[in-house]
Design a protein around this ligand. Structure first.
Ligand code: TYC
Length: 120
């Protein structure tokens, strides 16, 4: 008796086997349960402060968040006016890297710019 389930388990969630003397297997082919999970995503949030120069924030957004100059300016103004804004959504490690890059460059230039991440 050829047991297809043994060789193609991904196609068989359920198997109905007929009585021993009937030489057939009946496989109920259903969509297999996916074994992969979509990664959790993280928002990267930029916070306003009174001291970091606007041009520096624009530069950060262009350099690390792939925005054009005008998108960067708009986003920077949104943070400036609202107090904070989500500047991107990434997988955990990418978000963590962006936060580190922003924080490091801000510290190097002695700006108090704050950047954090939060699960979506
Ligand atoms: N508020 C700052 C200023 O007036 C500009 C600024 C914008 C700072 C966005 C931080 O995330 C920020 N110079």
């Amino acid at each position: 008796m050829v047991n297809l389930d043994k060789y193609f388990p991904m196609y068989f969630n359920e198997k109905i086997t007929m009585s021993e003397d009937e030489n057939i297997d009946v496989g109920l082919a259903t969509k297999a349960t996916p074994k992969t999970k979509k990664p959790k995503m993280y928002k990267v949030i930029l916070l306003n402060d009174d001291y970091t120069p606007m041009e520096f924030v624009v530069h950060i957004l262009e350099r690390y968040f792939g925005t054009t100059g005008s998108q960067a300016y708009e986003l920077m103004m949104l943070v400036h006016q609202k107090g904070l804004a989500v500047v991107g959504v990434f997988s955990h490690d990418i978000a963590e890297t962006k936060v580190m890059q922003v924080t490091e460059l801000a510290q190097k230039h002695q700006h108090p710019l704050q950047c954090t991440m939060e699960k979506e």
